[in-house]
Every structure is written in structure tokens, then in C-alpha cells.
Design a protein around this ligand. Structure first.
Ligand code: HEC
Length: 110
């Protein structure tokens, strides 16, 4: 009985580690996109306007600490022109769903 219980605990913590690893790599991918953009696809670094730590300034909204779900949703609706955002439309028109997901995880982590 004791042994089984231990196995269960070990199993759970391995799963937790996998989730933690996944989130870490998602944030790292988002950080790369946020700071460097994707030059070969003409996607400008988000940091240029939103600030290195997504802190925002003036007309550029703060993204740091916003819920990832909210940010990801905004990226989709802006890309689909359901939300008007003249500056953002051109910048994110070729951003892929997995990139939006990574960017959203990154800004939430700041
Ligand atoms: C040239 C400057 C510029 C760049 C580069 C830029 N943005 Fe923006 N972004 C803006 C401006 C201005 C707004 C505010 C317009 C609005 O709210 O519609 C905005 C709004 C947003 C919003 C909505 C925020 C909210 O509170 O709802 C998100 C999300 C966002 N940007 C993400 C990004 C990401 C991710 C990138 C990089 C791929 C990026 N932006 C690159 C200027 C920029």
C-alpha cells in the first residue's frame, strides 16, 4: 500500500514537471518573439513599442501582467479586424496562433 502511494506521488510530480517545462519553453519562445520579432517575416519586435518589459508607455498599452487568455484573445480579434487597432493590424497580420499563445504567456509572466 505504502509503495503504491509513493508511486502515485512520483507520477504526479513528473506530470507537474512536464507542465512546468512546457510553460517555461512557451515563455522563452514568447520572450524571443517579443524582443526580436521575426525579421524574416517582417514582424516587428513588440518591445519597440510596448517596452522591453512590456511595461507600456504613452499610447502603447502595458501588457505586463495581463492575463494570457485576454492577450491571446485580443491578438486574434485584432488580427481578424473584429477590434480596430490601426497600428497593430499591420504588425501582427502574419502572426501564427502558436506565436500568439507564446507571446501571451510571456507578457503574463512579466
Ligand atoms: C509600432 C508600435 C507597436 C508594435 C511594434 C506593437 N504594438 Fe501592440 N499596440 C500598439 C498600440 C498603439 C496599441 C493600442 C491600440 C489599441 O488598443 O487598439 C497596441 C495594442 C496591443 C494590444 C492590446 C492591449 C490591450 O490592452 O487590449 C496587444 C495585446 C498588443 N498590442 C500586442 C502586441 C504584440 C504581441 C506585439 C508584437 C508582435 C505588438 N503588440 C507590437 C503598438 C504596437
Amino acid at each position: 500500500m505504502k509503495k503504491e502511494a509513493n508511486e502515485e506521488v512520483t507520477g504526479h510530480s513528473q506530470l507537474t514537471m512536464q507542465v512546468v517545462e512546457h510553460v517555461r519553453s512557451l515563455i522563452a519562445k514568447g520572450e524571443q518573439l517579443f524582443e526580436k520579432g521575426v525579421p524574416e517575416r517582417n514582424i516587428v519586435a513588440c518591445a519597440t513599442c510596448h517596452g522591453k518589459n512590456a511595461e507600456g508607455a504613452g499610447i502603447f498599452p502595458r501588457l505586463a501582467g495581463q492575463h494570457a487568455e485576454y492577450i491571446e484573445r485580443q491578438l486574434h480579434v485584432i488580427q481578424d479586424h473584429l477590434r480596430k487597432s490601426p497600428v497593430m493590424h499591420g504588425i501582427i497580420k502574419d502572426l501564427k496562433p502558436d506565436e500568439m499563445n507564446a507571446l501571451a504567456s510571456f507578457v503574463q509572466s512579466k
